[in-house]
Design a protein around this ligand. Structure first.
Ligand code: PMP
Length: 462
């Protein structure tokens, strides 16, 4: 067989891909008909494909490449660590310097008493850890029946059996999950889709109070924890009304329920703070981390755990849980180099003070487009809801996602990656995007919206 490389014709690579590669979250038979886009390189915020197209990546890959593509420092850190110690585990009373250094760094960056890190290979695995960790914690405290975890519909917490059971996206819930008993879902704080006649503030309170009702209904002595993303990402960048998180915090405090903030997307600067919990002023007992921890340069995730839980578990005998790649030395070294860049180059300060306000101003102006009902943004994650009728917030007369898919295709054609969730378009660009690149992003997004508008008018959908 020929050596498979970037130099092969696109069609041949696509044929091999279709023959042997099963893509995640994809209708593989459909994809085989058109062929996958082949990304061959990237630099800064720009991808290059096998046809030489340059595409502005307004999604940071999968919300992860926070420091942008092509940072040699991370490649050097990985190479150095591979030569020194490519692998050793952290089971059985051993450790290594990259895991020690990264844990100490994360304890320094994380708020309050979140001082202890349990590593995983991904966000999904970290949430699986969280399920076992909080149940084990309450069992050690003599309350093994306090084991129900409350989550939300349209949440995303991963694709493993545990993460998938915690999550609440309808498309996933019908394929093999939920399988974990003891998980209860309440409604999400999506005012645009579900708020009806309520003000956002009243709706936010109402949705938060569902947590209290669920706790009282299930029994305080049965509920272990509540898990939520500060801003729902994969669900469509659903920004909760301002009343939501303060009420959730009050309820968790009052009833002694552990709060798990899934920071897989919101962590490491996405909101203009180190963690989304700081943006909303919430005080989680555990934070799930992944993605921006290494800017996606190496697979690594974990749970940052508060003193009380870590100490209780430490004094509870063996915690029979762990992954071969928990605290993988190369991934830890890459994550450390990434955190150093975020800190030394003051990237999060720049997002907070300059880049996020600039992006917000431009993004919110998209609400004037005839197709756009609402434009929401927190830091460097934004969404626009498309609608045929702004006032009534109506849905299109086509399956949800039809118009979103058209718009996504128009984005690609105009050199822009935006993702669609139903008929919402979402962005989460690298934190290092410049003002000029934001102008290009908005220009291309506007052109894609204009073209979508013309196409759906021609199809009678508007
Ligand atoms: N939690 C959240 C909030 C996420 O957005 C994701 C991934 N999109 C995950 C967990 C799962 O992370 P991973 O894909 O690394 O398993």
């Amino acid at each position: 067989m020929n050596v498979i490389s970037n130099h092969m014709p696109t069609a041949e690579l696509q044929a091999l891909d279709a023959a042997h590669h099963m893509h995640p979250f994809t209708d593989n038979a459909e994809l085989a008909k058109t062929g996958a886009r082949i990304i061959t390189g990237a630099d800064g915020v720009t991808l290059t494909d096998s046809e030489g197209h340059k595409i502005l990546d307004a999604m940071s890959g999968l919300w992860c490449v926070n420091i942008g593509y092509g940072r040699k420092e991370l490649a050097d850190a990985a190479a150095r660590q591979m030569m020194e110690l490519p692998y050793y585990n952290t089971f059985f009373q051993t450790t290594h310097v990259p895991a020690i250094a990264l844990s100490a760094k994360l304890a320094e960056l994380a708020p309050r008493d979140l001082n202890h890190v349990f590593y995983a290979g991904s966000g999904s695995e970290a949430n699986d850890t969280n399920i076992r960790l909080v149940r084990h914690y309450w069992a050690i405290k003599g309350q093994p029946e306090k084991n129900i975890i409350i989550s939300r519909k349209n949440a995303y917490h991963g694709s493993t059996l545990g993460g998938g059971s915690l999550g609440g996206m309808s498309g996933m819930q019908t394929q093999g999950v939920p399988v974990i008993p003891g998980i209860h879902h309440i409604d999400q704080p999506d005012w645009w889709s579900e708020g009806g006649d309520m003000t956002p503030e009243a709706f936010g309170l109402e949705r938060a109070k569902q947590l209290e009702a669920a706790i009282l209904d299930l029994g305080v002595d049965r509920v272990a924890a509540f898990i939520a993303e500060p801003v729902q990402g994969a669900g469509g960048v659903i920004v909760p009304p301002s009343t939501y998180w303060p009420e959730i915090q009050r309820i968790c405090d009052e009833h002694g329920i552990l709060l798990i903030a899934d920071e897989v997307i919101c962590g490491f600067g996405r909101t203009g703070h180190w963690f989304g919990s700081e943006y909303y002023g919430i005080r989680p007992h555990i934070m799930t981390i992944a993605k921006g921890l290494s800017s996606g340069y190496a697979p690594i995730g974990g749970s940052i755990v508060c003193d009380e839980i870590a100490e209780t578990v430490a004094n509870g005998g063996d915690f029979n849980h762990g992954y071969t790649y928990s605290g993988h030395p190369v991934a830890c070294a890459v994550a450390l180099a990434n955190l150093r860049i975020l800190q030394e180059e003051k990237i999060i300060e720049s997002v907070h003070d300059t880049i996020a306000p600039y992006l917000a101003q431009k993004w919110q102006a998209l609400a004037d487009h005839p197709l756009v009902g609402e434009a929401k943004i927190v830091g460097m994650m934004g969404s626009i809801a498309m609608t045929p009728h702004k006032e009534s917030q109506a849905k299109f007369a086509a399956d949800a996602g039809t118009v979103g898919m058209i718009c996504r295709t128009r984005c690609f054609a105009n050199g822009l990656v935006m993702r669609h969730v139903g008929d919402r378009m979402i962005i989460a660009p690298p934190l290092v995007i410049s003002k000029a690149e934001i102008d290009t992003l908005i220009e291309r997004a506007t052109k894609a919206l204009d073209e979508t508008y013309e196409l759906i008018k021609a199809d009678g959908l508007y």
